[in-house]
Design a protein around this ligand. Sequence first.
Ligand code: ATR
Length: 279
Amino acid sequence: MKIDYSTSLYGLIGDPVEKSLSPDIHNLSFSNNEINSVYLAFQVKSEELQKAVEGMKSIGVKGFNVTIPHKVDIIKYLDELDEEAEMLGAVNTVKNENGVLKGYNTDGRGFIELLKSNGVEVEGSKIIILGAGGASRGISMLLAKEGAAKINIVNRTEDKAVRLKEEISGHFSSVDITTGLKDDYTEYDLLINTTSVGMYPNDDEVPFDIELLSDSAAVADIIYKPLRTKLLKEADSKGHKIVEGLGMLINQAILSEEIWLDRELDKKSIIDEISKQFK
Ligand code: ATR
């Protein structure tokens, strides 16, 4: 693709950013969709965040993603927030609309779309979510919003699970939320791992005993390195439907792009192409 005077710039701000796959995903999508734009990663220290945001605005960057450690702190430098970003109190996407910066959060939505595209129903489902960190929060709040019937949050540090339960209940009182490991999981429809257990280089670790699940339960992992975690391999060999984590990363990225460009884009072809590079 030719870079010229009309090329638009998009980017990522965070610290660190060097391992980010966002430039690969967005530049592939720009190229596949013949969008005259480039996407770059910028390492921005916390003390430089305000200046970086002002700089983005003054040079007319059309949009950018925000990652650790700026997802919460960025909010004070934005002009508007969409409903889900407001609910989560965290932003991963900023759109510059003629000098007005609006914050969005596509993390949880990316995961919900991944479940849907894999034929996994959320509405009315009973879901186990492993972990109570930032990723779990984004996902579990949206699962509640999408009408999950039950959510069981299991976390190494129980306090954090209880706090997350209270936060979700504060927004969505009709969802039945419990914390801590149960004796019986046979009624559950879906297990989601949001912990780092099983992530490279600790590929041999498994965060949950698959034997506890009924055969019809689906199993999802947000880890994408390895592409298929040991948890997913075990679940697959027992015949469970499985959902790999790379799709969440790609969906949240392409959802950001859809916000910036105000059009729908194909996600499946990007997931397939990036997955190939991982193998
Ligand atoms: P993220 O943004 O990816 O959610 P995070 O906020 O640091 O990252 O959360 C990491 C999650 O993985 C937490 O739920 C963490 O459990 P604690 O709250 O007890 O720290 C979980 N986690 C990380 N390493 C773990 C391990 N070895 N065993 C069990 N849980 C682990």
